[in-house]
Design a protein around this ligand. Structure first.
Ligand code: FE
Ligand code: FE
Length: 180
């Protein structure tokens, strides 16, 4: 089972240079998101989720700027489904819900939309736009919704070009500790 961590790290090394659609690469974005989670004292499952939340982008071989073509690759579903073979729901559910969390926050926090990066605003429309009241209520029923919203906040922070943060190996022990 531990081999999966090597496999994941290899994928990051091979495809992590791809653009995230902001001014950072996929690998930089993953490492920055994890850095902010760890710095905030998040539990290991949430730090692991932060490293892996956009792993779905590296799994599907769609072009890196599919949102520009009006397509949604459903990276949150692709990633969560793949990773659920190896990690429990406390890792994979926040991953699956990190996109709905954006739609949730846009509905709940009037100022949130203004803080989003241009790429996040662009993909928001493809993802269905802000939640309505019914969708907000349903989302709050999920046992993982608070973790997912927290992950979303780290995700939004992890887009700083040139920010120096620990590398992949820093997260090996954490990832191993939350394997199934
Ligand atoms: Fe994402
Ligand atoms: Fe992200």
């Amino acid at each position: 089972m531990r081999k999966i961590i090597d496999q994941i790290f290899d994928t990051f090394r091979q495809k992590g240079h791809l653009s995230y659609g902001e001014d950072v690469t996929q690998l930089e974005h993953a490492l920055q998101t994890a850095y902010f989670a760890e710095k905030d004292g998040a539990p290991p499952a949430l730090v692991a989720a932060a490293v892996l939340h956009d792993y779905g982008h590296l799994l599907h071989d769609l072009s890196e700027n599919i949102a520009d073509q009006g397509l949604d690759g459903l990276h949150e579903e692709v990633g969560a489904q793949y990773l659920s073979r190896y990690f429990g729901s406390e890792v994979t559910e926040p991953i699956r819900l990190h996109v709905p969390s954006k739609r949730y926050l846009c509905a709940r926090e009037p100022d949130y939309l203004a803080t989003l990066s241009p790429a996040s605003v662009q993909s928001l429309e493809l993802q269905g736009g802000p939640f309505n009241d019914q969708e907000v209520a349903a989302f709050e029923e999920s046992p993982h919704f608070e973790a997912a919203v927290q992950l979303r906040r780290y995700d939004d922070m992890g887009k700083e070009p040139g920010l120096e943060v620990p590398g992949l190996e820093h997260y090996r022990v954490c990832l191993e500790s939350v394997l199934k």
